[in-house]
Design a protein around this ligand. Structure first.
Ligand code: NAD
Length: 357
């Protein structure tokens, strides 16, 4: 099958890790008889340097033409002083908006091979950690109007608006319930309806949508409690459904407790058009260009790209199995290194996965 994949290497370790993701996709194409066409485009600081815009129009067009978008990471101290519109991270926010990617799916899974890296007490970790955060990505306080900083009565005032319409809540709720149906059939909707009107509407709409998903168990939790429960007993969660800002924070928390930022993939999906697949970590400027980065989050993002973006389930399984086999065989990058294991650089780690495919 012929598919076009738009590559966005971005900044820092981006090009190094994406090269390994692409090597894995090429191996998949060969093994399963597919024809993947790769088209590379600029985003982030690299795009600012080249054309003074973190998301050039040509990149948006290349993404729209593709069947899936594969992004590494953007940002770095070099661009931190730029105006907000020019900052690399703005390119990321804009491409999500341009492609209508309203659903962000972030699995947090504690692999038995990496149990030693988990930040939780052993008895808590032993209960298991296998959840997915379904975060709304294009609304909420990050995009709500009015927003600004201005003078009021002689004082500087900063303000943003938390806002959701019912259709925005409905469509992300459906993604969460559909996702749960493929898993353990449990959705926990996280909001702050004891204080926020916006959250009250959220809960109301989630309850309405749930009527179409009677086979899925629904619970509700305030965000402050959810933050606590994630470290007390993450095994209680299957799918966490939440808005943009709460999801931003909770998905980072859920992933970091696994202990391995360099292992975690994500997918951002819209109603139609290509999805965007990327590791959850940033551009790691501190190790960029040193062949030290862990490419596995990017390679696992390639697996999500295959499964959700190109509907190639067996191909995705093959990539995930190759990653686990690589870990079982004792290969590690620096961030997940343990005594008695073999330390590898970014390129060699990617190569081990390719060999196991
Ligand atoms: P980061 O995720 O880049 O790095 C945090 C720490 O984790 C660093 O010590 C880094 O070396 C390490 N790390 C991250 N990925 C790793 C990997 N694959 N292998 C091994 N170690 C890894 O977060 P940060 O330092 O807060 O941000 C750096 C830059 O990345 C900033 O400009 C930030 O805005 C940007 N950022 C981008 C994204 C994205 O592109 N989606 C996400 C988060 C941060």
């Amino acid at each position: 099958m012929q598919k076009t994949i738009c590559l966005l290497p971005g900044d820092g370790i981006g090009p190094e890790i994406l090269a390994q993701g692409v090597a894995v996709l090429k191996a998949v194409a060969q093994k399963f008889g597919h024809d993947f066409l790769f088209e590379e485009a600029l985003i982030g600081g690299a795009a600012v340097d080249a054309v003074d815009d973190p998301l050039p129009a040509a990149t948006v067009e290349a993404c729209r033409r593709a069947d899936a978008v594969f992004l590494a990471a953007v940002g770095g101290p070099r661009w931190d002083g730029l105006a907000p519109e020019k900052r690399p991270e703005k390119g990321l926010l804009r491409i999500r908006k341009e492609l209508g990617l309203f659903a962000n799916l972030r699995p947090a899974l504690l692999l038995p091979e990496l149990a030693g890296a988990c930040l939780l007490r052993a008895d808590v970790a032993a209960r298991g950690l296998d959840l997915i955060v379904v975060r709304e990505l294009t609304g909420d306080v990050y995009f709500g109007e009015p927003r600004g900083v201005e003078m009021r009565n002689g004082l500087r005032v900063g303000y943003n608006t938390m806002i959701y319409n019912e259709e925005e809540v409905r469509r992300i709720a459906r993604v969460a319930f559909e996702t749960a149906r493929q898993r353990r059939k449990k959705v926990c909707s996280v909001e702050k309806s004891n204080v926020l009107e916006c959250s009250r509407l959220w809960k109301e709409v989630v309850l309405e949508v749930h009527k179409d998903y009677a086979d899925v168990e629904l619970s509700h939790m305030y965000v402050d409690n959810a933050a606590m429960q994630l470290v007390r007993d993450p095994s209680q969660f299957d799918v966490i459904l939440t808005g943009n800002i709460f999801g931003d924070i909770l998905s980072d928390e859920a992933s970091v407790i696994t202990g391995s930022l360099g292992m975690l993939p994500s997918a951002s999906m819209g109603a139609s058009g290509p999805g965007l697949f990327e590791p959850i970590h940033g551009s790691a400027p501190d190790i960029a260009g040193q062949d030290k980065a862990n490419p596995l989050a990017t390679i696992l993002s390639a697996a999500m790209l295959l499964r959700l973006g190109l509907h190639m389930g067996p191909e995705a399984d093959a990539v995930e199995n190759a990653v686990r086999q690589t870990l079982r065989d004792g290969y590690r990058t620096g961030d997940i290194m343990e005594p008695g294991k073999t330390l590898l650089g970014c390129a060699a780690m990617g190569q081990k996965v390719v060999e196991r495919l």
